[in-house]
Design a protein around this ligand. Structure first.
Ligand code: AMP
Length: 448
């Protein structure tokens, strides 16, 4: 789309856009506008920096009629206080030309002042789920006038553990409303969440820009299971000169910790891990060390790696095969930046073959298959998920009999994320037979 004129915006919005100096809609803005205007539910797959905030705000502001009503009609949920402030600020730019009222609600500040502000009335409420829920419970905020709900950064929300609050809030909202969601990555969690709450939303996604495929050499190894993948990884990473600065992607926190423990035994301080259960300080330190090339290997989940400013990555290793092909593109786009050459390696099992083919279809490129390295041992050990599942329907107690979980408890009782010492605990923890740890993990899941 060449110009904002094609969107038929109100003159107030045109003035705002002129003030902001935007020349034409970004791809996500161009694609989302008509979908949101039509009133359909929408899921937008777009990262920060793509102009996603205006992608939902333009049609919402275009549609919002003047009102003196106290209760908000639009609710925007975002994961962090910083994002609340940012979104409020963007809407306020429009406020110069219109009488739109916007209010930001977030935790960590005086709740009474926020209550007073809510009482004064607003059109658009921008909030983090925790504080918002407190205000709903205390009956300060009435939700019955909400016509449009935006959930921004759904992936981050779920990764930060906001599912519970989101679920509660969603249940209190009027059922007749429009739902608009944005997520940078499409994870299994996000997919489940969306399908639990929304019926057939229109998906709008934009191609990952700036992934210079031609700078990235891509290879794949067919590997039978998790522990053999770990063996392949150890084998590759031993070549220090080649694997100067390597990002290893795993699907979730559990795999991140398990793989980190295995790598840590061999590479010690050369390897670090980040995921959302690590404290902010721990994560910052890991990233700084990696950027300063004090650590050579960084294990990360998709959500954590997003938004990280990492440079000069020599290799991206996909320990798992992303089910959503776009995630693969995001991952490998961390290497081969600017004019540098990068290498991406994919480890895939038989089960992941289909996902690999979907990735190849999206890229229009076949990933070069490499022979399984002769010197690498094939492990017979299986993770819990890989083991054939025996379900004894009439004997639920059987599940409870899996050995005592004292070492699990110990780690759980620790304050989470204690940097160096946490690393030691986890290391100790996984020295125990691995299948046992996996069963305990599963037991907790079942117990939920
Ligand atoms: P976001 O992805 O919403 O965080 O936006 C990223 C940045 O892009 C923000 O600083 C916006 O002000 C800016 N931006 C949004 N839309 C446009 C546009 N159409 N043209 C140029 N910049 C834009």
């Amino acid at each position: 789309m060449e110009s904002f004129n094609e969107l038929n915006l109100s003159k107030q919005l045109h003035y705002t856009i002129d003030d902001l100096g935007f020349e034409k809609p970004t791809p996500i803005q161009a694609k989302s506008f008509s979908v949101i205007m039509s009133g359909a539910d929408m899921v937008g797959i777009a990262q920060t920096g793509t102009g996603k905030t205006f992608a939902y705000m333009l049609p919402i502001l275009q549609d919002l009629k003047f009102s003196k009503q106290v209760q908000p009609r639009v609710m925007v949920l975002v994961p962090t206080r910083e994002l609340v402030l940012q979104v409020v600020e963007e809407i306020e730019k429009f406020g110069k030309y219109s009488s739109v009222r916007v209010l930001g609600i977030y935790g960590g500040t005086n709740i009474n002042r926020q209550k007073e502000a809510v009482m004064e009335g607003t059109d658009i409420l921008v909030a983090t789920p925790g504080r918002l829920y407190d205000l709903i419970i205390s009956r300060t905020i009435q939700l019955k006038a909400i016509k449009k709900l935006v959930i921004d950064e759904v992936d981050v929300m779920l990764d930060l553990g906001f599912r519970f609050q989101l679920t509660n809030i969603l249940e209190l909202l009027p059922t007749k409303r429009q739902n608009i969601m944005f997520s940078a990555t499409m994870t299994e969690d996000v997919n489940v969440f969306i399908h639990d709450f929304f019926i057939a939303p229109t998906t709008v996604s934009v191609a990952v820009s700036g992934t210079p495929l031609e700078n990235i050499s891509q290879y794949a190894y067919a590997v039978p299971n998790f522990y053999t993948k770990a063996n392949v990884l150890l084998h590759l990473l031993k070549d220090e000169a080649e694997y100067r600065k390597t990002l290893v992607f795993v699907p979730n926190k559990k795999s991140a910790d398990l793989l980190f423990t295995l790598l840590d035994e061999f590479f010690g301080s050369e390897v670090a891990v980040i995921h959302s259960n690590k404290t902010q300080n721990y994560r910052i330190r890991s990233i700084e060390n990696f950027n300063a090339e004090k650590t050579r290997i960084l294990v990360t989940t998709d959500v954590m790696a997003r938004g990280l400013d990492l440079d000069q990555i020599s290799h991206v290793i996909n320990f798992d095969t992303p089910v959503f092909p776009e995630n693969y593109m995001h991952r490998i786009g961390r290497t081969g930046r600017a004019t540098q050459e990068g290498t991406a390696i994919l480890l895939y099992t038989e089960k992941e073959k289909e996902a690999k083919e979907a990735i190849e279809a999206l890229m229009g490129v076949t990933i070069n298959e490499l022979d399984f390295p002769k010197e690498v041992a094939i492990s017979k050990q299986l993770t819990y998920e890989e083991q054939p599942q025996v379900v004894e329907i009439n004997n639920p107690t059987n599940v409870e009999e899996v050995g005592p979980a004292f070492h699990e408890k110990k780690a759980k009782n620790q304050k989470e994320n204690q940097g160096g010492s946490y690393k030691r605990i986890i290391k100790q923890k996984y020295k125990k037979p691995k299948t046992r740890g996996d069963k305990n993990y599963n037991k907790r899941k079942k117990g939920k």
